[in-house]
Design a protein around this ligand. Structure first.
Ligand code: PGA
Length: 265
């Protein structure tokens, strides 16, 4: 198999699509059959108010589609105004959470430390955690990409606590490499740049957690992925899928991404 870990295409809708648009998206998705492909995973991460509509849509979709949340608190309950917890998400059937997205880091005070608390707690609660890391443009220009990726990776999955996380690495930890300069900018990392970063990430996982855990961890590329550029990104051996913002908002475009994923497997 060209893709030992299969391919995961995750659509990060950010602050777009209310319940009505979500239902519309899924009804359009349902009209187009997608050939069954065991290695292909699809996931939609809508805004919190649209999770229920997405779950409804996913239930009637012609192929399996996961629904995830864009963030969740590490505590299971309590006085945390505006937050969602693991148990609240599980109650409605959500089992995937994005952690440490660069927009959360940039605008909402997310740090390596809070990303670590979230990923640890949510992994322990049984969630699939999609941990986002990536360098800014100045960091890349200063040749600091590797240093930043390792810092973020170690910050979010530290050695001590990793002892608790390691058993969860069996596919439920997903890393998304998202160079900040490529997010929403129309600039995409070249396949060579993506592969280089993914190799750095996989090697670090290998060094710290062993071959098996590293081999099972999907590493997604994110940052202006489109139906036009996804094939070349998926041709890289260490790119196991995409975390896609803008191009995941329309059913037609999301389907095109899934078809590319199926072809790459
Ligand atoms: P983009 O967003 O595809 O619109 O660049 C990706 C992301 O932020 O996850």
């Amino acid at each position: 198999m060209a893709k030992p870990r299969g391919v995961l295409i995750a659509g990060n809708w950010k602050m777009n699509h209310g319940p009505k648009e979500t239902a519309q998206f899924f009804s359009e998705l349902g009209r187009v059959p997608l050939a069954k492909n065991a290695g292909l995973r699809a996931c939609i991460l809508p805004p919190a108010v649209s999770l229920a509509a997405a779950l409804d849509g996913a239930r009637t979709a012609s192929f399996p589609i996961e629904v995830g949340a864009q963030s969740a608190h590490w505590e299971k309950k309590g006085a945390f105004t505006g937050e969602l917890s693991g148990p609240l998400l599980q109650e409605i059937g959500v089992h995937t959470v994005l952690v440490g997205h660069s927009e959360r880091r940039q605008y909402f005070g997310e740090t390596d430390e809070t990303a670590r608390k979230r990923s640890e707690s949510l992994a322990e609660q049984g969630f699939t955690v999609v941990l986002c890391i990536g360098e800014t443009r100045p960091e890349r220009e200063q040749g600091r990409t590797e240093e930043v990726l390792i810092r973020q990776l170690h910050g979010a999955i530290v050695s001590g606590a990793s002892a608790r996380l390691v058993p969860f690495l069996d596919g439920r930890l997903v890393i998304a490499y998202e160079p900040v300069w490529a997010i929403g900018t129309g600039l995409t990392a070249t396949p060579a740049q993506a592969e280089e970063a993914h190799q750095i990430i996989r090697k670090d996982l290998w060094d710290r957690f062993g071959m098996e855990a590293a081999g099972r961890t999907s590493i997604l590329y994110g940052g202006s992925v489109t139906p036009e550029n996804i094939d070349s990104l998926l041709s890289c051996p260490n790119v196991d899928g995409g975390l896609v913002g803008g191009a995941s908002l329309k059913a037609e475009s999301f389907l095109a991404l899934l078809r590319s994923g199926a072809r790459a497997i």
